[in-house]
Write a protein that binds this ligand. Sequence first.
Ligand code: FAD
Length: 471
Amino acid sequence: MKVKTIDGSEIDLKQEILESLKLRLKGPVLTSGDIGFEESRTVWNGMIDKKPAIVVRCLGTADVIACVQFVREHNLLLCIKGGGHNIAGLAVADGALMLDMSLMRGVIVDPQRKIAHAQVGCLLSDVDRETQIYGLAAVLGFVSTTGIVGLTLGGGFGYLTRRWGWTSDNVTGMNVVTADARLVQASSDENPELFWGLRGGGGNFGIVTSIDYRLYPVGPEIVGGMVAWHASEAPKVLELYRKLAEQAPPELTLVALMRPAPPAPWLPKDIHGKPIVGLLACYSGSPDEGDKAVAPIKAFGNPVGDVLIRRPYIQMQTLIDTANPKGRRYYWKSEYLPSIEPALCEKIIEHAAKIPSPHSAIILFQLEGALNHFKEDHSPAGNRDARFVLNIPGSWEKADDDKQNTDWVREAWDDMKSFSTGGNYINFQTEDEGHGRIEAALGKGLQRLSEIKAKWDPQNVLRMNRNIKPA
Ligand SMILES: Cc1cc2nc3c(=O)[nH]c(=O)nc-3n(C[C@H](O)[C@H](O)[C@H](O)COP(=O)(O)OP(=O)(O)OC[C@H]3O[C@@H](n4cnc5c(N)ncnc54)[C@H](O)[C@@H]3O)c2cc1C
């Protein structure tokens, strides 16, 4: 079997050597044609079509250690799949040995210490489900099918970020298999420099096998959901968004979006496919306060749909899952914003009117709050001046439509990127974004990250990521 080496050449791996790998493992080893191979090799973004030579579905840390030893013995290219949601498809590489972590989905909650210990194959929904038993929640993202590991290693933000910071600001420890196959712990007490690097610097420094999250009392009931209006009301609705966002307490996170209306049951049939503007809100504090906080949204203008109601937090966490199915073609551009300028709102309306696909959108996520109060070097996720995220998610179905859709995203981004802080979210970067964008995302932390890389992975074994070269 042909397998890629770390230096880009190819070797012929003999069958008996592959068999020797199987003997060292508890989890299954898959190659092309095996049941489950296609599911493992495909990722969320249908634009990515890569084929590893060998997939190992790890069942535990011992499997990870055995694979790293094997890869080092044979000089093989390694890639790692957590939830497979990275838009650039960083989880998968042609000809590589892939660690598929999706069988490692255990979560143990310590309600007294308010810590969740989660294995790295977990999706966000796994952690939410187990923590909500105790009325607790970790700071995670907006789409429950996303993997915890990629999200956390790149920073992470969601409905609780305004209260408690980036996801990575709320990690208390990680178990890590190093590039030379040792198991170590990373926390503020053990290997603190490695711990610093992992909280935003990606999977550059080791293979994380579990993550400990600090938990907070949230739910089980919150006030959340969406109100939508005809796009003709967008100037007034975006102005409302600007005003409400300025005064919103940290418990309230507001997201504004423009897109063609999806065929959702809460929207009337005659609006499906027509342009709408929406406000998505989540008040994660007491429902009584939440009702008051969202009242101005519910009372505004003439909505075409309103599902902003009291609901379980766990349901809120899945609310926009269906808008982001695995396998569609996706291309995004995004920037951090210091504020929402009226001139930006005008551009959003202008570019939303040209959306070529029924699935694409322009979105503003509110971040402002706790993350701005940490020092810039608290973690490499940095960007402590970010108050909003502008995201332009292109989403469509046919390869023939790639150019039209990527052109729309790029044109909208070109026209709006002057509103940026200069920073961007590393986890939203597409395949075609180069080193300059990594520099913009990681800012001043990059030199320190290169030094951590030199110590923990001098041979750059872990290179299928937003790669940081060893200093
Ligand atoms: C629909 C959708 C919604 C999203 N929503 C949000 C959101 O609300 N908030 C937010 O912050 N982000 C969000 N993201 C971005 C998300 O954080 C990134 O896509 C992230 O990379 C996904 O993590 P994953 O584990 O699924 O990724 P994967 O594609 O599996 O992996 C991503 C990277 O992590 C590395 N990696 C995987 N496992 C390990 C490991 N065990 N050790 C070391 N490195 C590893 C891989 O090598 C790869 O480089 C969203 C993405 C999508 C597609």
